[in-house]
Design a protein around this ligand. Structure first.
Ligand code: SF4
Length: 410
């Protein structure tokens, strides 16, 4: 029976929801005033979220959920009993333009199961991007998923048309990949990432912008990212964060996305009991943020038995475990240490450093510059403030742990 376009959309949009890597920020600025259709914002395109918290601001689709591979963690594996569908290239192009004109979306996120061969599948995805860009002058955001083992020429063309590319690393260790996705070669995934990064670097214009930042590359200006599935194997948070750190350092990735393993493992699963998946995913994102913007190493982020503390955020957990380093004098401490104070973000620290050039800071000055004075207070000294013995309080962690609250429905 021939599926209607609407039915295909229902199947292939649903099948794409497990891909977490859909944030659309960080690309170059384009607008349709110079012709074509659509525009991008330099950052912060507004997103909407599905009820399970996943970002769906892009038209997020699989080209097909047919797949010749049989990865054990994937709902679209060849042995899975799901309804299958496949879009033609022109159908995805038409849907993207239609949704864009109706203002439903900011761009397209396109992934696919593997049909026939990696090259065939990648060529179909590149055709979507090429048609949108060259035939329709589409200037909105495009994120393409890379099929490992596709030819370097196809990867280069994907980078030419897409804002962002992502190659899924899938699992935290090569051993897990060999067990759960034996048809996928870890070396092919890494080679694709390295190839894209090399091409992007070659395409970077010389020189720097006025603010000292390097000019963005011409190819895939929003960079490349990857996704790691959390909870499908026994790797703990410490192992996951170390793997992420090596990916950031080795391939210049913009983001590692963590995707909580959704299907419930069957009774024969040999996995040890796992923390609640969505909260674990959330804490991993916070820890990842600390590595990328706050100068933390993967090794030092506090873990209990290899896992992040789910009750408090990882920065607070680190500070509580290293309370001998606190309180810090906000009028003298260096930037690196101020960034480690719970409750002080990058902009708060920048504000503190700027303000203290002019006058000595009191607690109320710090409170104005940060989101939560209550969280900061036990860890700092200001001109009129010292936390006294509160850091020695054995109940400090409990005091700073947010009360569980019913989420608002509205
Ligand atoms: S190759 Fe991709 S779509 Fe196919 S089974 Fe593996 S993870 Fe799923």
């Amino acid at each position: 029976m021939q599926l209607t376009l609407q039915r295909k959309l229902a199947i292939l949009a649903d099948a794409a929801k497990y891909d977490a890597s859909c944030a659309s920020s960080g690309t170059e600025k384009r607008d349709s005033l110079k012709g074509g259709i659509g525009s991008t914002e330099g950052s912060g395109i507004c997103h909407s979220y599905a009820p399970d918290g996943r970002c769906i601001s892009l038209l997020k689709l699989l080209l097909t959920n047919f797949c010749v591979y049989d990865c054990a963690y994937c709902v679209n594996r060849s042995s899975s009993n799901v309804e299958r569908a496949r879009f033609g290239v022109e159908e995805v192009v038409a849907l993207t333009l239609d949704f864009y004109r109706r203002n439903y979306i900011e761009g397209l996120f396109l992934s696919s199961g593997i049909i026939r061969s990696p090259d065939y599948t990648m060529e179909e995805m590149v055709r979507v991007a090429r048609t949108l860009r060259l035939e329709h002058g589409f200037r909105g955001y495009i994120h393409l998923k890379i099929i490992p083992n596709a030819s370097p020429e196809l990867l280069a063309e994907a980078a030419l048309h897409a804002d962002r590319l992502s190659t899924n690393i899938e699992l935290p260790t090569d051993a897990s990949l060999a067990t759960l996705a034996p048809e996928k070669a870890p070396s092919a995934i890494r080679t694709a990432m390295a190839h894209i990064e090399g091409k992007r670097e070659e395409s970077r214009p010389d020189g720097k912008l006025e603010n000292g930042k390097q000019k963005p590359t011409v190819l895939a200006p929003a960079g490349q990212s990857t996704q790691m599935i959390v909870g499908a194997d026994a790797t703990d948070d410490s192992g996951i964060l170390k793997r992420s750190a090596s990916l950031y350092a080795g391939y210049g990735l913009k983001r590692v996305y963590y995707s909580a393993f959704s299907p419930i493992p069957d009774a024969s699963s040999k996995l040890p009991p796992q923390p609640p998946p969505l909260m674990r995913e959330h804490r991993l994102y916070q820890a990842d943020w600390l590595m990328r913007f706050y100068g933390f190493d993967a090794e030092e982020i506090a873990v209990e038995g290899g896992f992040l503390d789910l009750r408090i955020d990882p920065k607070l957990a680190w500070a509580v475990a290293h309370r001998e380093l606190f309180p810090l004098d906000v009028n003298r401490a260096d930037r690196e240490m101020l960034l480690r104070v719970p409750g002080l973000g990058v902009s708060s620290v920048n504000g503190i450093l700027a303000a203290r050039r002019h006058h000595r800071l009191r607690l109320e000055d710090v409170a104005r510059l940060c989101a939560s004075a209550k969280k900061v207070r036990p860890f700092i000294v200001a001109d009129d403030w010292t936390p006294g013995a509160s850091l020695d309080d054995s109940k400090l962690k409990a005091r700073l742990t947010a009360e569980p609250a019913q989420l608002s429905l509205f």
